[in-house]
Ligand binder design. Structure first.
Ligand code: ATP
Ligand code: MG
Length: 367
């Protein structure tokens, strides 16, 4: 799939912007604070309806303006179709083929993207929240039902936490509502967990040989799921539901005391191991980078296998962070099959092979 055209209105520091892109490599060049990341981010938002930088959509609207609009024309399965995201202070609309989609899960997946930004180099070392975000965004774009369960789960979690806060103040109150919310949350939570397990199997399958290649055959990567309850990866849905039901009963008193939900997919994490050792704890900076790069490259292949088309790749200011060997690995993965957007302050650190076949875009103060 390709992004052929992008139009921005009042998006971050862009008042209006109209661009046509090459199907292969597009390099965005500009000094610091000119709008490179904003441009990459707008493509990410067009695909996934959310920013990779902030959960607050309002920040995407140009200062002193009422709304922001991102329009794109994409090419997928041999036809072109328009996508549009409009963000106002009241909320967000997503249009596919000019029709507003009531549920974001009906929209997400129309355009698949893989973003690799400097903060992703932190994926391994960073907080569990960052790894959950990574897994949620990636599964969401290949499985619309994941977004559906995730939206419901987080809504219920908020209600349940508010209720637990009330019960914390008066533990003797009626707990019927708590039971209702717990049961509903278990249903959606189990659907999330089982999809995460399926995704992890695929991610492992693709990331392992890539990691082995980048590390010149020296490193074996493994990824495990760190569950906040005791479900094993091969469990069926009904078993996951049962484990949650039992565990929630066991910890009810503790949850009321703490006033918050203590188990569930919102508390789970991923662990990465290289040659059997936890990379987060023992990995060198290079090993952590290689792991992050392997995951991103694995996503490209994974999406191709699940969706039947390559996603577009957004490399925000990250190429110069990778040494020549890692850059050439990246290059051999994308070849001419993945439409790639590269942003950089200087072309110096970028492989000549990439530059030779790229379209260049210069950005300056949002123009
Ligand atoms: P760097 O090389 O430092 O990463 P960049 O070109 O990626 O720079 P951006 O992150 O795209 O820079 O930001 C460009 C400018 O956009 C910044 O000066 C920032 O203050 C401005 N900006 C961010 N949000 C908004 C907004 N909502 N409205 C107007 N301007 C904004
Ligand atoms: Mg930037």
């Amino acid at each position: 799939m390709f992004l052929e055209k992008l139009t921005l209105t009042n998006y971050r520091n862009y008042q209006t912007l109209d661009l046509f892109f090459d199907h292969k490599v597009n390099v965005v060049i500009g000094e610091n604070a000119q709008g490179k990341t904003n441009l990459m981010e707008s493509i990410y938002v067009l695909a996934l309806t959310r920013s990779h930088r902030t959960p607050r959509d309002r920040e995407l609207i140009k200062w002193d303006e009422e709304y922001a609009k991102i329009k794109g024309s994409t090419w997928k399965r041999n036809r072109s179709f328009p996508l549009e995201i409009i963000i106002s202070k009241k909320g967000k609309k997503a249009k596919l083929n000019h029709l507003e989609q009531k549920r974001l899960s009906d929209y997400i997946g129309s355009l698949n993207v893989v973003m690799f930004a400097p903060e992703d180099l932190n994926l391994v070392k960073g907080s569990p929240q960052e790894r959950r975000r990574f897994i949620d965004m990636e599964i969401g774009q290949i499985q619309p039902s994941y977004v559906y369960h995730s939206v419901h789960y987080h809504r219920l979690l908020k209600q349940r936490n508010a209720l637990l806060k009330e019960l914390q103040k008066s533990p003797g109150s009626d707990r019927t509502m708590l039971k209702v919310l717990t049961d509903q949350m278990i249903q959606h939570g189990s659907e999330i967990v089982i999809r995460r397990y399926e995704f992890l199997q695929l991610l492992r399958k693709w990331a392992r040989p890539i990691h082995e290649g980048i590390s010149r055959g020296l490193e074996d990567l493994n990824i495990t799921y760190d569950s906040s309850t005791n479900v094993s990866e091969d469990s069926e849905l009904s078993k996951i539901v049962n484990v949650y039901q039992d565990h929630f009963k066991d910890i009810e008193t503790k949850e009321v005391e703490r006033g918050t939900t203590l188990i569930g997919p919102h508390r789970d994490d991923l662990n990465f191991f290289v040659n059997g050792k936890d990379v987060q704890t023992y990995g060198s900076q290079g090993q952590q980078r290689t792991t992050a790069l392997s995951l991103k490259l694995a996503e490209i292949e994974l999406i191709f296998n699940e969706v039947g088309e390559y996603p577009i790749l957004l490399l925000d200011d990250v190429l110069s962070e990778l040494d020549d060997y890692r850059q050439s690995h990246l290059l051999s993965t994308i070849q001419d099959k993945v439409q790639t957007f590269v942003s950089t302050t200087s072309v110096d650190g970028i492989d000549h092979e990439i530059l030779n076949r790229a379209d260049l875009f210069h950005v300056q103060k949002g123009c």
